[in-house]
Design a protein around this ligand. Structure first.
Ligand code: SF4
Length: 179
């Protein structure tokens, strides 16, 4: 049985990005023979639609955790605050994915929703820093500690890809309710 692996949906070639495009990844497509993909697009599923205003992480001490930062998630132009909606949706979706028995996740690098690290955080008084984590990736890490994750760019490296798949199979053997 192939392990179930979550995937940021734009990497499969679906036109779900804010501007109606995708980020199809050849390395992701090549992995498709070895896994059962579980596609997720947090921004579409939370109700932002396509096309939509791009969003960003903004440092704000009173808001929610993003790696070592406290942030809010807001529209780049309008400032519309998506923090609470994304927080609760991501928490529920991460729990749902855990119940579905996923054993890994391929995340879109640098996305304010999907990026697992190095996501830009915008500050009022200084330049943006690559110190954040996408809010869906944050919820996933909280709901499924130890879940193997990788960004699509790292899959280009055969050693990193093989190591990711080894960790996915180990995780599936230890945790999947389907086995
Ligand atoms: S990076 Fe994540 S939220 Fe953005 S389009 Fe891709 S799947 Fe959707």
């Amino acid at each position: 049985m192939k392990p179930r692996v979550g995937i940021s949906r734009c990497l499969l070639g679906d036109d779900v990005r804010y501007d109606g495009t995708n980020k199809r990844s050849r390395a992701v497509i090549a992995l498709g023979d070895d896994v059962e993909w579980v596609p997720v697009c947090p921004e579409v599923e939370v109700g932002m639609g396509v096309p939509r205003e791009p969003i960003q992480l903004v440092a704000r001490t009173s808001r929610i955790q993003s790696a070592d930062e406290r942030v809010r998630l807001q529209g780049v132009h309008s400032g519309e605050d998506w923090t609470t909606r994304m927080r609760y949706w991501a928490r529920d979706r991460a729990e749902d994915l855990s119940a579905q028995g996923i054993s890994g996740f391929v995340l879109k690098a640098r996305s304010p929703s999907c990026g697992p690290s190095g996501v830009l955080v915008h500050h009022r008084d200084r330049e943006a820093t690559p110190t954040g984590r996408g809010l869906f990736a944050e919820a996933l890490a909280f709901a499924m500690p130890g879940l193997p994750t990788i960004v699509e760019e790292a899959l280009e490296d055969s050693g990193a890809r093989d190591e990711f798949m080894r960790r996915v199979r180990d995780f599936a053997d230890r945790t999947s309710p389907r086995r």
